[in-house]
Write a protein that binds this ligand. Sequence first.
Ligand SMILES: Cc1ncc(C[n+]2csc(CCOP(=O)(O)OP(=O)(O)O)c2C)c(N)n1
Ligand SMILES: [Mg+2]
Length: 365
Amino acid sequence: MITTGLPGPADEPPPVRLLDPEGRRVEDPRWPLDLSAEEERSLYRDMVLVRRFDAEATTLQRQGELGLWASLLGQEAAQIGAGRALDLRDFVFSSYREHGVAWCRGVDPVGMLGFWRGTAHGCWDPYRAGMANYQVVVGGHAPHGVGYAMGMQRDGADGAVLVCFGDGATSQGDVNEAFTFASVYGAPVVFYCQNNQWAISEPLERQTRVPLYRRALGFGFPGIRVDGNDVLACLAVARGALEHARSGAGPVLVEAVTYRMAPHTTSDDATRYRSGEEVEDWAAQDPLVRMRTYLETTGRADAGFFTEVDEEAGALAARVRGGCRAMPDPPATAIFDHVYAGPHPLLDAQREEFTAFQTQFEDAS
Ligand SMILES: Cc1ncc(C[n+]2csc(CCOP(=O)(O)OP(=O)(O)O)c2C)c(N)n1
Ligand SMILES: [Mg+2]
């Protein structure tokens, strides 16, 4: 028999972890992390606020205020850990679920909703945020990220690019092509895969026969697996990976092992393809509970802190709700704006035709 020579599942090293599921701090000499209690509290705060924002967005969709919403529920640690590892030199390319990363880049949550409400094609300024707008084409932004990183490399910039995608995206040609280009050009990229176990209704075992982080080795760069429900580990690993990329040492793949607690989007019914027991098992590893337990048991936060954060989350939800409802509808002709940077004769003709079409109805009324 011909074998792969890869370790079997039993010999697979555990993912990097700095907080165990019971909220106890564990050390990993490869990933030192020295944070003040204030910094640790602020990681928890961010996770609570993005969870609350996410819950509000789901409700707004149910009430007909948004066309669709892709929930980040369960992935707060993976997103806040990576988002907080970034600095102003870096640039992010993400899929449709990285509201938590966008939050860390200073994007206003009300603004994020423009895309999901259908009032904006692009809902934040990529250059101000250091983050491109949502990408819905699965994996489509991976080559964009590598191209951007190669540009940074040629400009002598000292930042790195973070490319976020899911487990399902690793089966896309775009992601594999991006891996090849990043590897052979030594591009400063961190590929950050949130393995949330599902690609809509397709489970992980339909994407890969090896742990996803091992894909990197075949392309010639390092791959690391981190506990994606441990915000401290995600921060430490993302920091280390970004430093590696910024230093000119080439790309890294980080696989953050987590779970999508909500359906794929508000259009999906996850009960049709996954068991309640599986969801319950992962609920027991809730990233917010883990961090809260750690802060409480070590005395790093008192009851007043948690009350304050909950109040802040309530105020954020109210602001998001009001801001979403007040978002003005664009005129129908706005569909023709911003297609190209400058005027285009074909588009101008289409706009004119459409305007004439609309005018007929005005006459009729
Ligand atoms: C190229 C392409 N194919 C298919 C789809 C439909 N689609 C949207 S999300 C998705 C699953 C992606 O799963 P994963 O990469 O694991 O990300 P997750 O949604 O779990 O965060 C699919 C197949 C798409 N948007 N783009
Ligand atoms: Mg997935």
